[in-house]
Design a protein. Structure first.
Length: 139
């Protein structure tokens, strides 16, 4: 007859599942959370990425300093919807134009850098019920 061995509980799996609410799972734990949009350039079939020279950066730096870049995490919003919402909400705050990239990023161009900064400070923003991550453009 085999001796009764105490049951070992697997430390990797709790005996009872933790109950958490949806709010617990999606809450922001730090108010200063900053998202980084990463590199929007993709390598070509040979593995090369576009090279941006310092001259290219400084040539239009003033124009680009008035731009912010946006991204909808996990969702592709169509051009018509984004431009319609952006113009309705930001046109009176200095929005001049909206551009999209093939990789899903949005570029919002404003009359002045101050007006663009005011929009960033009033965030976070939602377009059509979808969160858009925004940050000032930088080289």
């Amino acid at each position: 007859m085999a001796a009764n061995k105490p049951k070992r509980q697997n430390q990797n799996f709790p005996s009872e599942p933790e109950t958490t609410t949806w709010a617990d799972r999606v809450k922001v734990t730090q108010a200063s959370t900053v998202f980084t949009l990463g590199n929007p350039f993709h390598a070509d079939e040979d593995g090369r990425q576009p090279e941006i020279t310092m001259d290219m950066l400084t040539e239009n730096a003033e124009q680009w300093s008035r731009c912010m870049v946006g991204f909808f995490p996990g969702f592709r919003m169509n051009y018509h919807t984004v431009t319609k919402v952006a113009n309705r909400v930001w046109k009176t705050s200095g929005l001049e134009s909206v551009m999209s990239t093939a990789s899903g990023f949005w570029i919002f161009h404003f009359q002045t850098e101050d007006k663009m900064q005011a929009i960033l400070k009033r965030g976070p923003w939602m377009f059509g019920g979808k969160a858009i991550i925004l940050q000032q453009w930088h080289p």
